[in-house]
Design a protein around this ligand. Sequence first.
Ligand SMILES: C=CC1=C(C)c2cc3[nH]c(cc4nc(cc5[nH]c(cc1n2)c(C)c5CCC(=O)O)C(CCC(=O)O)=C4C)c(C)c3C=C
Ligand SMILES: [Fe+2]
Ligand SMILES: [Fe+2]
Length: 366
Amino acid sequence: MRFAPEPAHSHGQSPATPRTAIVLCNLGTPDAPTAPALRKYLAEFLSDKRVVEIPRFVWWPILHGIILRTRPAKSAAKYASIWTPEGSPLRVWTDKQAKLLAGYLGQRGQRVTVRHAMRYGSPSIASVLDELKGMGVNRMLILPLYPQYCAATTASVFDAVYAWAATQRSLPELRFVNRYHDDALYIEALARRVIEHSQTHGRPEKLVLSFHGVPKRTLALGDPYHCECQKTARLLAERLSYKPEQVLVTFQSRFGKAEWLQPYTEPTLVKLAKQGVKRVDVMCPGFTSDCLETLEEINQEARAAYTKAGGAEFHYIPCLNDQHEWIAAMSSIAMRHLQGWPTTGADDPAALAAERERALAMGARA
Ligand SMILES: C=CC1=C(C)c2cc3[nH]c(cc4nc(cc5[nH]c(cc1n2)c(C)c5CCC(=O)O)C(CCC(=O)O)=C4C)c(C)c3C=C
Ligand SMILES: [Fe+2]
Ligand SMILES: [Fe+2]
């Protein structure tokens, strides 16, 4: 085992460099809406054992023989339909969230560096942690942009951090945020989204809360994801004073042949339309940024399926994105996890040196 070389000494850092950082971690997205970019992205994503829990000797031929030959072109066309001049929406929002959170904390006197990193693609988690360490950061808070803990997402982010840590000789202090599905400010941010929407459009017959699905067997294997989605939905419905029968929890983005968490989003919307439900509002509380799964799968495909089945009004309520209440929620979640770590400059090398001089001077007087 070879560890990455460390600087011979770490003196001389700029006193202005905060020593604490928050790393907002998201899934990642392809670099371009093209088949080659999708092939690279999907190969990395779908090779992750946290995402596809099938023995490699079974999965490898399927992934390389079938999926990576057919899916990249189909997915690229979907990405092309949501691509913006600035790039993939997931990347644009995640980058903006990191900048807004940095500004929010800075205005409140918190000396913390904020970066975003992607589990797949760029900027990779390892490259961001390298950069932070190179800046002299020695305390890092890993904050996944997934409110509900899931092994496929949250644990996979942590795996990447541990893998980076295993290459380091001198480790920073590390802390991890596992979940915030029931955080009061996160729920409030979601509620504000719904309330703002209903102020203009009124209330729907049904509010459908669509979460990304996972294979059903992961529930029996002890993954808390399903329960945390249900709790988020219950807290949001309570905050909005919606009756339980007005709110439905569904799961989208099924992948592969196995059964996933039910009920599935699109078939549920079709059933509602056929039952005569004329107006649905759909929101995706498990996605903190709009992305392919919300903008294309929900706002395009599911909308078309609902309308085709006879539904009259389909309203998509956007994700938290750059909403102010969400930035405040992230700040509160982060600050809770940063407790005990100085973030007001008291840990500057210069401040520490001055403190030491004072202590020595006092000792000399005593
Ligand atoms: C919010 C949590 C997510 C969970 C849980 C999750 C599980 C999961 N996903 C796949 C397969 C795919 N997901 C894809 C896109 C995608 N997934 C999430 C989030 C979760 N996934 C997001 C935010 C996105 C969008 C990324 C973007 O660039 O906008 C894709 C890629 C697109 C496609 O080809 O369909 C795949 C594939 C599995 C197998 C899984 C659980 C085990
Ligand atoms: Fe996914
Ligand atoms: Fe999808």
